[in-house]
Design a protein. Structure first.
Lengths: 246, 262
């Protein structure tokens, strides 16, 4: 990448769950506008790493800097820092007691003090973008999984974050719904959003990623361009992993 | 939705809440309610002597009964909410305080608490009968409700908290805007049960020289020695009120399910 400063800077991070070390000396930098895809077998620590970026997981050692803010420092206003980080979950986690529209407007209105009318106009534009504006007034329980995940992406975007984090966004979806969600993510990538994405969708990784990170047993094993990954993977564990999934 | 398990919490011995799904005309509730109502009307019209007389005599006891119930409900709800939140708190001191409160209060019969507050504390601090009854009942039921709130809140999936916090909501905003509104649904039926149990338990205050419904009945019966008629009527009145309450709760429960309708 260019000589710009990284917007996410993870330095020598360790995370333990009891005796189990989920992350061991992980370092990773993500630059503005970059799309990084994290892959690896289950239990490799990729979700933990992603969740440590917005401090859904605290780290036991090392440092996570987002836009220069030390996420684990005691004097960091974490609620303020998190506004810049959109997060999309495997299980969508939409608020079931709010309409789709309200799911999107809630955070900007409450947290950014945006006038309701303005928030609704913006929310409708976002719903239009993810192709679901006709469902604005229904409750999430009435939507399919793919629709819910697209709403969840729109909800995260409603806070105009600088970075979007995706934690296996298609893993809970029926196969026929994966495409519609990936489409929205590809569009987002084309617009220049900084994205960190944990996924098993190799097609998406190949198409969108600037860099792919392979993790195993809590460590980053190999980092490289998609081309490098799919043509000349070096580490035997990565070769084995790719053989199994491709 | 997968992340809002449709569980029903059953904790108390309160009257059973009619299930909102029971749509038929002949339900246990309708049989009990219309039967009791018909019987009441029959007794005070056809057998006006002595039932009409008894009804007039015990009627003002209803005021005390309602007074104690309403104030105790209003006071026990915030106590229950705070206790439930305290029991879920990661702050060890708050958690211990709330848990100890629940353990202690649950282990003492309401009757003993009433006696202690009214005769023990009341006589020292000059607390009147109604306030003593209200305090004792809300402290007691606050502990029960604390458990209901705790269960209802912890039934909401952690993903909801994570989603809200990721957007930048504080822990407090997350509880108020995301968790509690959803928890209300699971909390309402058992809390309704507690309300009904409370109304019935106000009959205990008759031992505090408070002229509630039951006490008025006792007074009348003591005068005219017609225990059978008096307590039949008093029981009917309690039954009709609790049945109305339980219907109201089930209507509210159905309303709170608005976002599940397809």
């Amino acid at each position: 990448m260019t000589g710009a400063n990284p917007i996410i800077d993870i330095r020598g991070v360790y995370k333990f769950f009891g005796n189990l070390s989920a992350l061991r000396d992980v370092s990773l930098s993500v630059f503005p506008g970059e799309k990084v895809v994290i892959i690896g077998p289950s239990g490799s620590g990729k979700s933990t790493l992603l969740r440590s970026i917005n401090r859904l997981e605290t780290v036991d050692q090392g440092m996570v800097l987002v836009d220069g803010v030390d996420m684990n420092a005691p004097d960091t206003d974490i609620d303020l820092a998190r506004r810049e980080l959109g997060m999309v979950f495997q299980n969508f986690n939409l608020f079931p007691h709010k309409t789709v529209l309200h799911n999107l407007t809630m955070a900007p209105v409450v947290l950014r003090g945006m006038p309701v009318k303005e928030a609704e106009t913006m929310a409708m534009a976002l719903l239009e973008k993810v192709g679901i504006s006709d469902k604005a007034l229904v409750y999430p329980g009435q939507l399919s999984g793919g629709q819910q995940q697209r709403v969840a992406i729109a909800r995260a975007l409603a806070m105009s974050p600088k970075i979007m984090l995706f934690d296996e966004p298609t893993s809970a979806l029926d196969p026929e719904m994966i495409g519609e969600v990936l489409e929205v993510m590809v569009d987002l990538a084309r617009e220049g959003m900084t994205m960190v994405c944990v996924t098993h969708e190799m097609g998406f990784a190949r198409e969108v990623a600037d860099r792919i990170v392979f993790m195993d047993k809590g460590q980053v094993i190999e980092v490289g361009t998609p081309e490098h990954f799919f043509t000349s993977p070096k580490h035997p564990r990565l070769q084995q992993f790719l053989q199994q999934i491709l | 939705m997968a992340d809002t398990p449709n569980i029903r919490i059953e904790v108390s011995d309160g009257a059973s809440i009619p299930h909102p799904g029971d749509k038929g005309l002949v339900t246990a509730w309708s049989i009990a309610f219309f039967g009791a109502l018909a019987l009441l009307v029959f007794l005070i019209t056809v057998m006006a002597d002595p039932f009409w007389d008894i009804l007039q005599f015990v009627a003002d006891g209803l005021i005390i009964t309602f007074q104690v119930t309403i104030f105790a409900i209003m006071l026990s709800l915030p106590i229950g909410l705070l206790t439930g939140l305290g029991r879920l708190s990661t702050n060890k001191k708050i958690n211990l305080l709330a848990s100890t409160y629940v353990e202690v209060i649950r282990g003492i019969p309401l009757m003993a608490q009433l006696f202690f507050l009214y005769y023990g504390m009341g006589k020292i601090f000059g607390v009147g009968g109604v306030p003593a009854a209200v305090i004792a009942m809300s402290v007691c039921y606050g502990a029960y409700m604390g458990e209901v709130f705790r269960a209802g809140i912890s039934a909401i999936s952690h993903g909801q908290t994570e989603a809200a916090r990721s957007l930048g909501f504080s822990a407090r905003q997350t509880m108020r805007l995301v968790i509690l509104p959803q928890a209300m649904r699971t909390i309402l039926p058992p809390v309704g049960n507690e309300f009904i149990a409370m109304l019935k338990d106000t009959s205990l205050v008759s031992v505090l020289a408070l002229s509630d419904l039951l006490r008025r009945g006792t007074e009348y019966a003591g005068q005219y020695f017609n225990y059978f008629e008096v307590f039949a009527l008093v029981s009917l009145i309690y039954l009709i009120i609790t049945l109305i309450l339980s219907k109201l709760v089930s209507i509210m429960e159905a309303r709170l399910n608005y976002y599940d309708r397809r």
